[in-house]
Design a protein around this ligand. Structure first.
Ligand SMILES: Cc1cc2nc3c(=O)[nH]c(=O)nc-3n(C[C@H](O)[C@H](O)[C@H](O)COP(=O)(O)OP(=O)(O)OC[C@H]3O[C@@H](n4cnc5c(N)ncnc54)[C@H](O)[C@@H]3O)c2cc1C
Length: 472
């Protein structure tokens, strides 16, 4: 792209992980074609810089940061290349977002088979991490719905990888957090739906044990299941929770599917309570983003769900799936220090005890997470998988200059509880994991296979991120 051996200063941009707690300035390139993408790799070689791949930068921590080196942001490679409304198979460039996909396919009666709690990630980024949804226990991660992809390895090799034709590479490259090369196009199968709405049911539990019981009972009948836990509740109320179950509507149940399958029906409202513009809602949240305020918010959320007579409703797919997009910029309410998320995945046999221990430790150092989300998972075949036959708990912590060191220490204790329980971690959310913990949960055999693939596809170690420097 540039002739000179020095990178142009005007490309230097301050970048942050989505949580805002970690950041690093980098020379940012946004290619719009495969040709431009290759030119950036040539620029990196000519200038002796490393490259970090970045999609929409929605990973909470440092997975798509590369300090004072090149960051390739793939958001401009965002064309939908092919769509077959009969088979439900779509082919996209890597910068296409989950939002673009659902808006494109919904009127044909399809929905992405796996989505994250936000609709803004790119498909390249979701494959980089192999994301899971609130349906992980039944649908697996997004990688299980990919048929094939094309890939530009850091070595310059170009590959077409199919699930059936190259299973070994397929299950190793998906989830490889941008360490081998770039997903340049992705072919995946959408889920057929017969309505734009879901049937949603609400359950509450007065404690953690009750939450596990609700899951045991509801899992066989659920398409989606997600729990929100009041992390401030203690004693015999520890782990009290609200659970949302959602199910697809069977053919013929929705009397007006043509209307509900319109993209406009899915749009989240512009105002909250009918009059507060959502864009300024984070300002109202700000005074509450402290221990006292969030204790109140969590208490109110639990009790409003518990006493509400409305335990069943119809909700649009987007409204159910992307709850976290309801309040744009809500993370700003956490202030300058931002937030981190600690998510651990623990086998079903030890999950209840481990999560109880995690809440107890947080409360004992007066650092309760402000948001705690609970999900059910199933194991999968991907090399760097974060999934287990068990449960995950995602905990959001506010970061300030004053609490930062103490919080990082707390996550070490949470790591240990996770490792002792045979659990795993997830790089999309991580900002604090240590190299030792990383080795311990993945194991030497997996890491050796990963290292061999790294050597094959990136022999000069061009692809590096702040996360990989921390963990590899
Ligand atoms: C509010 C919120 C809710 C979330 N909810 C969930 C959830 O429910 N489930 C879940 O699993 N995750 C969830 N996430 C995490 C998010 O889905 C992942 O971090 C996802 O990877 C972000 O995609 P991105 O496009 O922003 O990629 P980035 O965060 O920019 O990058 C992710 C990784 O992919 C690599 N990468 C990016 N593009 C490419 C490419 N084209 N080729 C190869 N590698 C590439 C990067 O190097 C990096 O390692 C949530 C995040 C937020 C902010």
């Amino acid at each position: 792209m540039e002739e000179s051996f020095v990178l142009p200063i005007e490309r230097l941009e301050p970048l942050k992980g989505w949580g805002g707690a970690v950041g690093a300035a980098a020379y940012v390139y946004r290619p719009s074609t495969g040709g431009q993408l290759k030119e950036v790799f040539a620029t990196a070689r000519a200038t002796g810089r490393t490259i970090t791949l970045r999609g929409a930068g929605r990973s909470y921590g440092d997975a798509s940061l590369g300090r004072e080196n090149i960051v390739i942001e793939l958001t401009r490679m965002n064309r939908i290349l092919d769509w077959d409304p009969v088979s439900g198979i779509i082919t996209c460039e890597p910068g296409v977002t989950i939002e673009q996909v659902w808006r494109y396919v919904i009127e044909d009666g399809y929905w992405p088979p796996v989505v994250s709690g936000t609709m803004y990630p790119t498909l390249g980024g979701v494959l980089g991490m192999n994301i899971h949804g609130k349906n992980n226990f039944v649908a697996g991660p997004i990688g299980e719905h990919v048929c094939a992809f094309t890939f530009l390895a850091a070595s310059g090799e170009e590959l077409s990888v199919g699930r059936e034709t190259d299973p070994d590479l397929f299950y190793s490259m998906i989830g490889s957090f941008g360490m081998f090369g770039v997903f340049t196009s992705i072919k995946m199968k959408m889920k057929k739906v017969y309505s734009g709405d879901l049937d949603v049911k609400v359950y509450t539990s007065d404690n953690l044990h009750g939450l596990f019981k609700i899951y045991e009972e509801r899992i066989p009948e659920s398409d989606y299941l997600v729990g929100w836990i009041d992390a401030f509740a203690s004693g015999d109320k520890l782990g009290r929770a609200v659970v949302h179950q959602a199910n697809y509507l069977k053919p013929g149940v929705d009397p007006t599917p043509k209307q509900s399958l319109r993209a406009a029906h899915q749009d989240l409202p512009d105002t909250l309570f009918g009059f507060i513009p959502k864009s300024i809602m984070w300002i109202f949240l700000r005074p509450f983003t402290n221990n006292v305020g969030f204790k109140l918010v969590n208490w109110a959320k639990f009790w409003s769900s518990k006493i509400s007579p409305k335990k069943q409703m119809r909700q649009a797919h987007a409204a159910f799936a992307f709850l976290l997009d309801y309040v744009p910029n809500w993370k700003k309410s956490y202030g300058k220090g931002g937030l981190i998320q600690f998510q651990s995945f623990i086998p079903k046999e030890s999950a209840e005890e481990a999560f109880r221990a995690q809440f107890t430790v947080c409360q004992s150092v007066n650092m309760p997470p402000y948001l705690a989300v609970f999900k059910r998972h199933r194991p999968d075949k991907f090399l760097m998988t974060h999934a287990v036959d068990g449960f995950s708990l995602a905990l959001d912590f506010k970061v300030t200059r004053k609490n930062r060191a103490k919080l990082w220490k707390l996550t070490e204790r949470l790591n240990q509880i996770t490792l002792d329980a045979g659990g795993r971690f997830y790089m999309a959310k991580d900002a604090t994991l240590t190299r030792e913990a990383f080795r311990q949960y993945l194991g030497e055999e997996t890491l050796a296979k990963f290292a061999a693939l790294k050597k094959r596809f990136d022999p000069d170690n061009v692809l590096v991120s702040e996360l990989s420097k921390r963990l590899l």
